[in-house]
Design a protein around this ligand. Structure first.
Ligand code: NAD
Ligand code: ZN
Length: 251
């Protein structure tokens, strides 16, 4: 846990900011039991990233769906928001946090209660027919026969998250850009910021004059370059203490 003085500095920076946003990555969901992609316990130690490439998906839908089903629907389908997600929901509720840009596809920010969430990489809880565009909620379609197909036109169904080789959803992209240009404080939480283009957002915010507060148990390239305050620790622990401090000071 970061020391008292650094947490105080971060709390005052949050209170004195005009427009605060958060950029979150896989690390914020680790305490919900969802592993990140990279690192020692990362998903890529167990699965081949090729299965999440868009061309591979269309050419080998059954094989791709087998891995998708295991990772996203069986393995972390029942995860619940943790203390970090709940802290961000409190900050939005208190009018202190204006928006979250998330690279996560697990829907946990919305489940925690945040309303202004820009899903840079889509959402695994939604499934879309690749032919007629019909949208399904996960749970509406049986996953026992693969690949998953549309109830209406029987074509291939794809999870509504961004595969490797796909573009960023336009709406989420433009809202994220707008928020990044507008913010004077960005909280960067649980991300290596190495996946592009999301990883460029902290740099863009910084060049527009924004302060960067980073929360991560491990230093990243941001910690050594553009982060103004680096709070080293787990997102759930750091954010719950920090949020309590901020809310106390506002009373
Ligand atoms: P990443 O896998 O590259 O890095 C995860 C980061 O989280 C690391 O910096 C690590 O130090 C940090 N971390 C680990 N435990 C933490 C904790 N308790 N609290 C805070 N931070 C912690 O993740 P990324 O940069 O977000 O990029 C990977 C891509 O994978 C993203 O684009 C995302 O779409 C996808 N992804 C999503 C999920 C999810 O939806 N939960 C899970 C895995 C991967
Ligand atoms: Zn269809």
């Amino acid at each position: 846990m970061p020391d008292y003085a650094l947490l105080e500095k971060a709390a005052y920076t949050i209170i004195n900011s005009r427009y605060t946003i958060a950029l979150t990555g896989a690390g914020i969901s680790v305490e919900s039991g969802i592993p990140p992609f990279r690192g020692e316990h990362g998903i890529w130690n167990r699965y081949d990233p090729l299965t999440l490439e868009i061309d591979f998906f269309y050419q080998n839908p059954t094989e791709s769906w087998q891995v998708i089903r295991e990772i996203f629907y069986q393995f972390f389908g029942n995860a619940k928001p943790n203390k970090a997600h709940l802290a961000l929901a409190k900050l939005e509720e208190a009018g202190i946090l204006q928006a979250i840009i998330t690279q996560n596809i697990d829907n946990l920010h919305q489940e925690a209660g945040n309303r202004e969430v820009y899903e840079f990489h889509g959402n695994s809880k939604k499934l879309v027919c690749t032919r007629c565009g019909m949208v399904y909620h996960a749970g509406e379609l049986a996953l026992d026969v693969l690949p998953v197909t549309c109830l209406d036109c029987h074509s291939l169904v794809k999870p509504d998250f961004v595969f490797f080789g796909e573009g960023i959803p336009k709406d989420a992209y433009f809202r994220s850009m707008e928020a990044t240009e507008r913010c004077d404080l960005m909280l960067v939480i649980g991300t290596t910021a190495e996946v592009m283009p999301a990883g460029q957002l902290p740099g863009m915010a910084k060049s527009n004059g924004s302060t960067i507060i980073e929360i991560n148990p491990e230093p990243t390239y941001l910690s050594q370059t553009i982060s103004d305050i680096f709070l080293q620790g787990k997102a759930g622990e750091v954010l719950s203490v920090l949020t309590d401090r901020v809310l106390q000071k506002m009373d």
